[in-house]
Design a protein around this ligand. Sequence first.
Ligand SMILES: O=P(O)(O)O[C@@H]1C[C@H](O)[C@@H](CO)O1
Length: 328
Amino acid sequence: MCSRDCCSGPGGSHRGNACTDKKGAKSGSLAGEKIIPTPQSLLYPYEVIEEIADFITKGSGMRPRIGIICGSGLGSLADMIQDPKIFEYEKIPNFPVSTVEGHAGRLVVGTLEGATVMAMQGRFHFYEGYPLAKCSMPVRVMKLCGVEYLFATNAAGGINPRFAVGDIMLMHDHVNMLGFAGNSPLQGPNDPRFGPRFPALVNSYNKDLINKAIEIGKAMGIESNIHVGVYSCLGGPNYETIAELKALRMMGVDAVGMSTVHEVITARHCDMKVFAFSLITNKCATEYSDKKDEEANHEEVMAVAKNRQKACCELVSRLIREIHMASP
Ligand SMILES: O=P(O)(O)O[C@@H]1C[C@H](O)[C@@H](CO)O1
């Protein structure tokens, strides 16, 4: 079988039934030979996750309580961290690398508003070629580092016509389109040390944290820019067609992106409390038009994220302060 960072990510590839690892060595089997499937979950068994978590907790001298995943262009959330200990993804054993612009590719551990935190400045997306279990593997690392709360953020297209560019949508639910297609980060044998075989996902998004965030939005004077809504993740990397956006809207989706859902599933499976929000970086057209400026593009996504980073940082830091003050 392929080695740890196998064919399922950049650097390796499938050829027929065989696979090549990063060094190009053929390590699978060709047609006619015995083929042993490797379920995604076995790419990162408990012991490997534990090793990565030990590397981070020993290297930082901390057991962080809050984990943050920075969305596209929202890396500044991690820049708020005090006394940061920085781990480049390349230097973390068994860690994938970031390949997307706006995702620096480093883990930052330190304190924020008095709380111990670890932040991913760069997440892994399905469209980068990583299977879902690999995309959300860092959430399990967070869990074994001691994280109780996951803060997942993303850049997303607004489908709800009431949303404006620059608004923040607090996620209270999601529609798992990749799950509709039979893909899940929890596929393969279940390790009960992480969580149950069949986790429930109702109430995945912590209501207390949503309510606190709404109050914080009011205190910041941005209540009209804060919404509560439903996010959906498609595989990307292409943005959606009009017909897809219309269908998503009919399903009750308010914002669409290419991440977060599999991270939330993984976090809920191992019983973490989840707070997540989308920064609306573009409005999604749901009617046919020839106007070029209605087409989504990553430059616009990054520019809007940069413009709104101050508000996003304040929301996150105030919420973390409340969590820490309520139970230091
Ligand atoms: O990592 P997130 O979900 O914030 O990134 C979004 C989705 C794509 O990666 C990219 C598209 O512009 O931004």
